[in-house]
Design a protein around this ligand. Structure first.
Ligand code: ADP
Ligand code: MG
Length: 337
């Protein structure tokens, strides 16, 4: 009897502790991410936040980050009334003022162009227009038109004087399609951080920057299979601050005969690049990851699976035969499906 009372007494704190643990566990289970979507920069953008904060604060932060992406889109789009469009319509040889932010990103793009032996080329606007992947035409342009442009682009020069730029040939037209999305993602992350968010993903059509964690666990990111629709090639568990961008030949393309013509162009040939099916790059920010995923897509890997790229990048290249090659860092992160 006495013993029973004693054991009841000693059990009470344990029982309370057990209840507290149950409560904690259930709190973990009810932790849900807040996510919003919007169609921006020609793709579906989603911002996902994993904070146990008040919903209304998180929603405001997400809204601000989406607005930032919209602002970037307005600055860099080639079909809106902005300084990029004014440059593309300007007279050849005349200095033209670009928006300061556009000028800074263009200077970075020009550096990456040089580092990638022109594989990344931010002035293929006219070549892109010739191929017209956005239109319904789905035709290979005349060989002569492609060659005239390629030769002109090869010889043409672009010069900078502060925020002013001039081109030597009308064939050079700015196109930020392979870098602006990454830049917008970086800006969106900056805005989220300014609003006190430390755990989030900004995903623009598979181009991603993630920060922090998903309620104590890593974010799980799938990489699309370039040939099997709705299948993944593999996945990664990532946390901290990681930018991961994929360029593929499967998003915008048409097929004529047995050839696939897609939207990543090789400035040296004037044709869609042929070495890769998809390239995923991890870099210190999404701007670099975006530009280099396009550059490495064009460059492809050599027979040893190696690429010419800055050493602080990690990559996964699926070559035209579907063979994967990865940097050492990527091998540690990537899990095959
Ligand atoms: P996505 O836009 O599907 O994410 P990319 O980041 O690779 O893919 O960018 C492709 C876009 O970049 C094209 O639609 C075009 O606007 C532009 N572009 C095409 N080829 C190149 C290239 N070699 N270098 C830089 N930009 C390119
Ligand atoms: Mg890109």
């Amino acid at each position: 009897m006495k013993k029973e009372a004693f054991s009841q007494q000693s059990c009470a704190p344990i029982f309370i502790l057990y209840l507290a643990m149950l409560f904690l566990l259930s709190a973990c289970h009810t932790d849900e991410v807040i996510e919003e979507h919007a169609f921006l920069m020609g793709t579906m953008v989603s911002v996902t936040v994993a904070e146990s904060e008040k919903d209304s604060q998180v929603r405001l932060a997400i809204k601000a980050s989406m607005q930032e992406i919209q602002r970037v889109e307005a600055l860099f789009s080639t079909h809106l009334d902005n300084s990029v469009q004014a440059f593309n319509q300007s007279h050849v040889g005349v200095w033209q003022d670009l928006d300061p932010e556009v000028s800074v990103l263009l200077a970075q793009a020009v550096r990456i162009m040089a580092q990638s032996q022109q594989a990344f080329h931010p002035m293929l606007g006219q070549l892109k227009q010739l191929w017209a992947f956005q239109s319904e035409s789905k035709q290979v342009p005349p060989e002569a038109s492609i060659q005239i442009l390629v030769q002109a682009i090869k010889k043409a020069t672009l010069e900078q004087k502060g925020t002013q730029w001039r081109r030597s040939h009308a064939a050079l037209r700015l196109d930020f399609g392979a870098i602006a999305k990454g830049y917008a993602i970086d800006r969106a992350i900056k805005v989220l951080r300014q609003q006190g968010i430390g755990n989030a993903i900004v995903n623009a059509g598979g181009d991603i920057r993630l920060i922090g964690q998903r309620f104590g666990r890593a974010w799980r990111i799938g990489i699309k299979h370039p040939r099997q629709a709705n299948q993944i090639l593999g996945w990664m568990a990532l946390k901290g601050d990681v930018s991961l961008v994929t360029s593929g030949d499967y998003e915008r393309f048409f097929i004529v005969g047995d050839k696939r013509y897609h939207h990543i162009l090789d400035a040296r040939t004037g044709y869609p690049a042929t070495k890769s099916q998809s390239v995923t790059v991890i870099a210190k920010n999404a701007t670099l990851a975006d530009a280099w995923s396009t550059a490495l897509f064009v460059l492809g890997s050599n027979s040893q699976g190696l690429v010419t790229a800055p050493t602080d990048l990690d990559y996964l290249i699926v070559d035209r035969q579907g063979k994967k090659s990865m940097s050492l860092g990527m091998q540690k992160l990537f899990h095959s499906q």
